[in-house]
Design a protein around this ligand. Structure first.
Ligand SMILES: Cc1ncc(COP(=O)(O)O)c(C=O)c1O
Length: 402
């Protein structure tokens, strides 16, 4: 068996990614000598910082096929999602207040929608998904109403990696005259994201999902054709065209820009390589263990995402037994109790199946030896836990006795 000493094999790239050393290097001047405030118009240090911010804006725009003037910097995808949803509605109120989203969205979309619904400021329809996690375009069409003003659907899911048919969903939404917001935190930098091809009006981006720093992101806001108007949610100095006040996080923004530049140059080769590693992991686990189930669509998914349920094994116990492999389980620690993942529940998985799932997220810095090490460790640990499981032993006896 491959050993890793005291190193942890990191396979949690949907939670966050390691900052690429090239990103870090690009950020260093903005943490040192270039310390001006980009809003300072009266001296060289301010102009230098502003130039770094504008270069980053161009790089983000280039990656997603937008214009620099369509990119707003934020503190991450959570803020971008909140700003898109809460900010767009006041300007749409004349038309209506019906909003459509999907049961498997990130909390950064679901929670603001629910809060506005509780306050009586919107009427919410939450679409379900099929057993592979896909949203149906026909179901969206059926849910759209004359007073629907906004539809919010993520491009790639953070737990099961499922990639939705965004361009088709946008087309259906636009036929009814509503706006479309897409949370692309998981997809930007990992697959093709072109705002012109997708047609979405607002797109959320997060730097730390594409090998950039945490605490910085962007919101794409369409300015061509039908312009999207937003009400600022953070008021103050009027930064970012008055839509998001607050002194800009220059090092973070520089990091986001560099992460986008590298992704633009490398994502296609990287996606192929990461897909190969994910397939290697899947083949090893399916060959080495019985009663393993894939969660999410087999093809329409992020290259690096593998979400599996291991029957008769608690995901939490499995993770505890794998201190040298960083993965995450299908349980979310909300309040004192461990709730089964609402995403897996939306696919029709039982609470037991959801509790027995593990999300593997392969990324840029993984190699074959990581995959082989993780596969060996998971197989050994699942076998150990199943030996302790009366349920699994009973099932084994039943299979043996025919
Ligand atoms: C799909 C999705 N949306 C939003 C977020 C929140 O992003 P951030 O951490 O940048 O606020 C995440 C990250 O957890 C995510 O995966």
């Amino acid at each position: 068996m491959t050993t890793r000493g005291d190193r942890t094999v990191y396979l949690d790239n949907q939670a966050t990614t390691r900052v690429d050393p090239r990103v870090l290097e690009e950020m260093l001047p903005a943490l040192g000598g270039v310390y001006g405030n980009p809003a300072s118009r009266s001296h060289r240090l301010g102009w230098e910082a502003d130039a770094l911010v504008e270069t980053a804006r161009e790089r983000v725009a280039d990656l997603i096929g937008a214009q620099p003037g369509e990119i707003l910097f934020t503190s991450g995808a959570t803020e971008s999602d909140n700003l898109a949803i809460k900010g767009a509605l006041p300007f749409l109120r004349e038309r209506g207040c019906h909003v459509i989203t999907v049961a498997t969205e990130h909390r950064a979309v679901l929670d603001p929608c629910r809060q506005l619904q509780d306050e009586g400021l919107l009427e919410l329809t939450t679409l379900g998904v099929d057993e592979q996690g896909m949203v149906s375009v026909d179901e969206l069409r059926a849910a759209l109403r004359d007073d629907t003003v906004l539809v919010s659907v993520m491009q790639a899911n953070n737990e099961i990696g499922v990639v939705q048919p965004i361009a088709e969903l946008v087309a259906a939404t636009h036929e009814k005259g509503a706006l479309f917001h897409c949370d692309a935190a998981q997809s930007v930098g990992r697959m093709a994201v072109d705002v012109a091809r997708l047609g979405a009006d607002m797109v959320s981006v997060s730097a730390h999902k594409l090998y950039g720093p945490k605490g910085v992101g962007a919101l794409y806001l369409r300015r061509s054709g039908r312009r999207v108007r937003l009400q600022a949610q953070v008021l103050g100095g009027g930064h970012e065209r008055g839509l998001r006040s607050g002194t800009l996080n220059v090092p973070g923004i520089v990091g986001l820009g560099m992460a986008c530049r590298l992704a633009g140059e490398e994502w296609q080769d990287e996606a192929q390589r990461v897909l190969g590693l994910r397939q290697r992991l899947a083949s090893r686990l399916f060959a080495g263990l019985d009663q393993v189930q894939l969660n999410g669509h087999p093809e329409h998914r992020l290259p690096g995402n593998l979400n599996l349920s291991f029957a008769c094994v608690e995901g939490e116990s499995l993770m505890m037994g794998l201190p040298d492999v960083a993965v995450s389980s299908g349980s979310a620690c909300s309040s004192a109790s461990m709730e089964p993942s609402y995403v897996l529940r939306a696919l029709g998985r039982s609470s037991e199946q959801a509790h027995s799932s593990i999300r593997f997220g392969v990324g840029r810095f993984n190699d074959e030896s990581d995959i082989d090490f993780a596969a060996d460790r998971v197989i050994a640990e699942v076998e150990r836990l199943r030996k302790l499981s009366p349920l699994y032993r009973r099932e084994e006896r039943e299979v043996a006795s025919g």
